[in-house]
Design a protein around this ligand. Structure first.
Ligand code: ADP
Ligand code: ZN
Length: 731
């Protein structure tokens, strides 16, 4: 039973304000633990959650009562514990962590009735572009019911267009209460008949779920081996048990295909949570998660902070994907927080991947996680054929990036009417613009970074801070005109080469910056899948699981790109990315075997050899061993401390001060490296200094860092200090 605080009881309320936990009096009628409330704070009213008994160290006579209750399901005890432990783990102040869980608009407003439109009739006789845009938006959202103004805004048209469609009987406007339940997903509909290894994997997951406790399972199998089909069975079991399931996906906005699959499997669409959903939907999903009125949520990493009433399953698909790590405001890994949340809620976690992270791989090897393998692709024998193209032996003129060997392979595909993908993980036209007269390279004014030429936008763009400037005619350093030259390839430049080489053919560039909306990108992807392109030129967004049935060749333009760099995960990331990209080729069963060709200057590099050999077990073993030898995660723990300030001497002096007081770190056997200027030493006109803490695996890293930072001298104004536990980025 949930704890109830009778009227007048002293309660602790965690607010979203920096003051954090404060004592109040329980209001008339009392209040439940976990209830969202509005409380007075000075002259203001702020949102908070009933956190427990009051602390009692505040004069009882001055206590003020809770102003009012928010009409929302109270947070369960598991949710409260999750907020506390996630805050402890990431060293985030509790109010900031609470705010992560309250990311829905107007939570303190009652669910007032409002006017919404639904699609009811056929398209109007007189169709205009504006009308078509409105219908596209509403159809895409499966009749969710939009406020007319919001629908108009999303479609990029005036409200009158929506009203017009009401007039033609295509849409109908009704009064609707906010926050309606989601349609029930039906777990009794039949799934696809499973192959034996799929059936076995599904049974393992079902058994775990029925046990009702926590466990994490690594579900491993190459792309197309049927992992999704297997975890949808686990979702079905969760729904049967009356619990809720959460599927986390990277790049959620691109997963129209996934949502269709869920609908086909369960007869209705799941709740969606990502940056592309409407405010109405966001609010609705938040409330329904808390009331248990949404069975399955498909979302981006922040969906993990929804106040689910009874979460039984969390799937982290592509668990190795770096987008699960958030590196702003709160530094956290959604994968690790999923494990934390599940362990509190007695839920099961499924980590699905073709190329698991070394951390997960080691956890599975040591038995901390279960591991289930799907061995082959569903209905297909093997991965694409993979080979290296040794660029040292190819005759490649400067300013050209497609080797003769790769070019011939593309031609063969064109003759057969098949698609080729040329992969280059570099947005823009050219990564460097240099002056041939003086050698100057054009950099960002505010960052320690070179500016990248984007020819489609006719500008130079800083990939660190987003600053842009026009491409100058004269060199900013020596003022000589007409000598600026683009160095190195980006996808736009590659597209130019493709257009010159294959002028008759249809080429499409897939790069996140070239699409103004997720919808536009989705449409392009659907068009490619339907065969409306011959050559696809793409950055890493193409690696993320899109299914292009006609694609039989993947050419990796620069397989060496990820291999350099001091990053701990350079090898791992490169391996994962290359394997995933290669996996795009020949997903279709039967007569169209795929080929992946990797252009490289170092075919003998261990990572390239591991990719080509297909022996990933050996790769992970070697990678784990080298991490072990270097005392690096997961065999030790790391924390990054990032300080920044507009003045370089100020931030450096402060960092030195901090480093001098690091005794609490040595007490737990941790080492402190730095301070040193960050590899990207200046971003947005702030100088950045980094420190790195390394601790033995079992050491209480967070509490030692907290104790250390408590000794910190008063920070100069405008100094920022961020702690990044388990950092992924060292820049
Ligand atoms: P993964 O998640 O490992 O990439 P999927 O589950 O998406 O693999 O499966 C790849 C393709 O094979 C999908 O189109 C899927 O519908 C199909 N598929 C998977 N399992 C089965 C099955 N048992 N019967 C029929 N088709 C299947
Ligand atoms: Zn910049």
């Amino acid at each position: 039973m949930t704890t109830h605080f009778p009227q007048g009881a002293r309660i602790g309320v965690l607010t979203t304000e920096p003051v954090g936990l404060l004592d109040y009096l329980s209001p008339e009628g009392g209040v439940l633990l976990g209830q969202l409330v509005v409380v007075p704070l000075g002259p203001r009213r702020v949102l908070g959650v009933v956190w427990g008994k009051g602390t009692g160290d505040f004069d009882a006579a001055k206590l003020r009562p809770v102003a009012r209750l928010v009409d929302a399901a109270p947070f369960g005890e598991g949710m409260l514990e999750f907020i506390q432990r996630a805050a402890d783990y990431t060293l985030t102040p509790l109010p900031v962590m609470l705010r992560m869980t309250l990311r829905a608009p107007d939570l303190d407003q009652p669910p007032a009735a409002r006017r919404v439109v639904h699609r009811v009739g056929p398209a109007p006789e007189r169709m205009t572009n504006a009308r078509a845009a409105v219908l596209r938006v509403i159809d895409e959202h499966g009749g969710a019911g939009f406020a007319p103004s919001e629908l108009a805004q999303l479609a990029g048209v005036g409200t009158s267009v929506v009203k017009g469609l009401v007039g033609t009987g295509t849409l109908v406007e009704t009064e609707a209460p906010k926050d309606t339940p989601y349609p029930r997903l039906d777990p009794s509909l039949p799934g696809k008949p499973l192959a034996p290894d799929q059936a076995e994997a599904a049974e393992t997951l079902r058994t775990g779920l029925r046990g009702g406790g926590y466990a994490t399972t690594l579900l491993r199998g190459v792309t197309g081996s049927g992992k999704t089909e297997v975890y949808l069975e686990a979702v079905a079991e969760t729904l049967r048990m009356g619990r809720q399931a959460l599927v986390l996906l990277p790049e959620i906005a691109l997963s129209a295909e996934f949502l269709d699959r869920v609908e086909a499997r369960f007869g209705a669409r799941p709740g969606e949570w990502h940056s592309g959903i409407t405010r109405t939907e966001r609010r609705r999903l938040w409330h329904m998660a808390g009331r248990g009125e949404v069975g399955l949520v498909v979302g981006a990493r922040s969906a993990l902070f929804l106040p689910f009433r009874d979460l039984g399953l969390i799937v982290v698909d592509e668990e190795h994907d770096s987008s699960y790590k958030q590196d702003e405001t709160v530094h956290y890994s959604a994968r690790d927080m999923a494990v934390l949340r599940a362990s509190i809620e007695g839920a099961q976690v499924v980590l699905a991947s073709a190329t698991p992270s070394v951390e997960t791989w080691v956890n599975a090897a040591t038995g901390k996680y279960r591991r289930v393998d799907l061995r082959a692709r569903y209905g297909e024998a093997e991965l694409p054929e993979m080979a290296a193209i040794d660029l040292r032996k190819e005759d490649l003129p400067s300013g050209r990036w497609i080797s003769p060997t790769l070019g011939r392979a593309v031609e063969e595909r064109l003759e057969r009417g098949e698609q080729s993908l040329l992969f280059l993980n570099r947005r823009g036209y050219a990564p460097v613009t240099t002056c041939r007269a003086c050698g100057h390279q054009i950099g960002c004014d505010d960052c320690d970074a070179r500016m990248v030429e984007h020819r489609f936008q006719r500008r130079l763009i800083c990939h660190q801070c987003g600053a842009t400037k026009p491409i100058p005619v004269a060199c900013p350093a020596c003022e000589v005109e007409g000598k600026l030259a683009a160095i190195g390839p980006g996808v736009e430049r590659l597209a130019e080469e493709v257009a010159e080489r294959f002028p008759e053919k249809r080429a499409v560039v897939l790069s996140s910056d070239l699409y103004t909306s997720a919808r536009a990108l989705k449409e392009t992807i659907a068009n490619i899948a339907a065969g409306e392109a011959d050559i696809i030129i793409g950055t890493q967004i193409v690696a993320k699981g899109h299914n292009f049935p006609l694609l039989t060749l993947v050419g990796v333009i620069d397989a060496d790109l990820g291999l350099q760099g001091a990053d701990l995960r350079a090898a791992e990331r490169s391996f994962q990315l290359m394997r995933q990209v290669a996996g795009r080729a020949g997903r279709q069963a039967g007569d169209r075997p795929g080929v992946a060709l990797l252009q490289t200057h170092q075919p003998e590099h261990p990572v390239i050899r591991a990719i080509l050999s297909g022996d990933d077990e050996a790769f992970w073993n070697a990678e784990a061993e080298s991490r072990h030898a270097a005392r690096m995660p997961p065999f030790a723990r790391l924390a990054g401390i990032i300080l920044s300030h507009p003045d370089q001497p100020v931030v450096e002096a402060y960092a030195q001060e901090l480093a001098r007081r690091a005794a609490p770190l040595s007490e737990i056997g941790a080492e402190l490296f730095g301070p040193a200027p960050a590899p990207i030493a200046r971003v947005r006109a702030r100088y950045r200094v980094r420190m790195l803490v390394r601790a033995p695996r079992q050491a209480p890293l967070q509490s030692a860092i907290a104790a250390w930072l408590a000794l910190a001298p008063k920070a100069p104004t405008n100094l920022r200090l961020a702690v990044d536990i388990d950092p992924q980025s060292f820049l």
